[in-house]
Design a binder for this molecule. Structure first.
Ligand SMILES: Cc1ncc(COP(=O)(O)O)c(C=O)c1O
Length: 417
């Protein structure tokens, strides 16, 4: 605990300065935002960058040859470069902009899955997947006849690597997994998962929606085939997401969406398609979102993802320790291994929505529900849970207030444990 408190007192960056960048903290009344896994808040720098784009650089990218068309195109190119560098991709051609992680995962399912899978093949996902990396594969399995299989969890809410080894086979064509669970916080050993998949020539899809905001990710070191994330979970705007794919795989894939700017030549009855990445970006793109995402990356990098990760780990460990002191709380979070800043829990004998509503009276924002993971919740034996999730602008004092507010939940709900 001493080391945790020390880290919380000395995060290694200027926490007061950081908090002054987030306008939501100026709202009247206490506002303790612990719902960062759903979406983060945005610092002023991101909002100002987008404002500047719409005021002074706005045109239709890739189309307008005039000054404002060119500034929009340049903003798009610069943002793509920044994203490529941020995740260690060797070329910006491997960065496809989408609306969010869900769309990126659908793109892979439609443009790779439907064309490359058939009866007898296996799609291997995990028990803790978000519906975005679950339902898309159900759809592909139903359409192609491929079989969907699940890597189960250990009693400590870790991915069961033995179960993975038992289930993967020559029939496995794709292994799609969450690099950080949005519910349990579990961070599986992505490098090991990918390494095993390679032994069987299976492609790997990394859902990094909950990892990229908190930890430095390098796609070349991971050597994954695809990796996806959402801008809005990492200080960027709503409505911009990323699909990273290895160029040689993307080149072989058919487009996902058809229309403007994704073509090379259009004849009467057939067309050829644009180079990467444009083949996968039909229609006018969200450059305002792209510059916002690039500004978010700059913001995270200026603080340092290593410092962010260390501080958020301390916040999470502190909160788990405090929750563990409360006998009426049940926690769904691993004891061992790497963990992200999300903690699922329930107040015994209280409905998660009642808990979240009472906490909201105290200004504490947490999530209640199944968090888009119904199969995981069935495994947990719960219809729904509460979830507190942190970002580097949260503080120890906010966690203390959250814990105090839980005591009020106990009182109001007359929980006698
Ligand atoms: C692990 C994980 N994957 C995918 C998604 C989907 O992200 P989005 O809603 O931005 O598409 C989420 C969102 O919560 C998530 O937590």
């Amino acid at each position: 605990m001493e080391a945790i408190l020390e880290k919380l007192a000395n995060p290694g960056f200027d926490l007061d300065q950081v908090r002054s960048d987030f306008a939501y903290l100026e709202l009247p009344g206490p506002i303790i935002y612990l719902d960062n896994a759903a979406t983060t808040q945005r610092p002023n720098q991101v909002i100002e960058r987008m404002d500047h784009f719409y005021r002074f650089e706005n045109g239709n990218p890739l189309r307008g040859t005039h000054r404002l068309g060119t500034t929009a195109t340049e903003a798009m190119l610069e943002s793509r470069k920044k994203v490529a560098r941020f995740i260690g991709s060797k070329s910006e051609k491997e960065i496809i902009f989408t609306r969010n992680a869900s769309e990126s995962l659908n793109l892979i399912a439609y443009a790779w899955g439907l064309n490359n899978l058939q009866a007898g093949d296996q799609i291997l996902i995990t028990r803790m997947e978000h519906h975005s990396n679950f339902v898309n594969w159900q759809f592909v399995a139903q359409k192609t006849g491929a079989k969907l299989a699940f890597i189960e969890l250990t009693d400590d809410y870790q991915l069961d690597m033995q179960d993975y080894r038992d289930k993967i086979s020559e029939r496995t064509k794709i292994v799609a997994f969450s690099a950080a669970s949005n519910v349990l916080g579990t961070i599986p050993d992505a490098a090991a998962i990918i390494c095993i998949a390679k032994e069987y020539n299976a492609l790997t899809v990394v859902d990094a929606a909950q990892l990229v905001p908190h930890t430095k990710v390098n796609v070349r070191e991971l050597d994954c085939d695809f990796l996806v994330f959402s801008g809005h979970k990492m200080l960027g705007p709503l409505g911009i997401g990323v699909l990273y794919g290895k160029a040689e795989i993307l080149l072989e894939m058919t487009p996902f969406l058809y229309g403007g700017e994704m073509i090379e030549y259009v004849e009467d009855y057939e067309s050829t398609f644009a180079q990467l990445p444009y083949k996968f970006e039909a229609g006018t793109q969200d450059v305002g979102g792209m510059v916002g995402l690039a500004a978010a990356i700059e913001y995270l990098e200026a603080i340092g993802l290593d410092k962010i990760a260390a501080y958020e780990t301390a916040l999470t460990d502190y909160c788990v320790a405090k929750l563990e002191e409360l006998p009426y709380i049940e926690i769904y979070h691993p004891q061992q291994g790497a963990k992200g800043p999300a903690i699922a829990f329930n107040v015994k004998n209280a409905h998660p929505h009642d808990v979240a509503t009472i906490l909201d009276y105290h200004g504490v924002a947490i999530r209640a529900g199944h968090h888009c993971t119904q199969p995981l919740h069935r495994y947990l034996g719960q219809n729904s849970t509460n979830r507190a999730s942190f970002a580097f602008y949260n503080t120890k004092e906010e966690i203390d207030l959250f814990i105090e507010a839980l005591e009020d939940v106990k009182k109001i709900m007359q929980i006698d444990i």
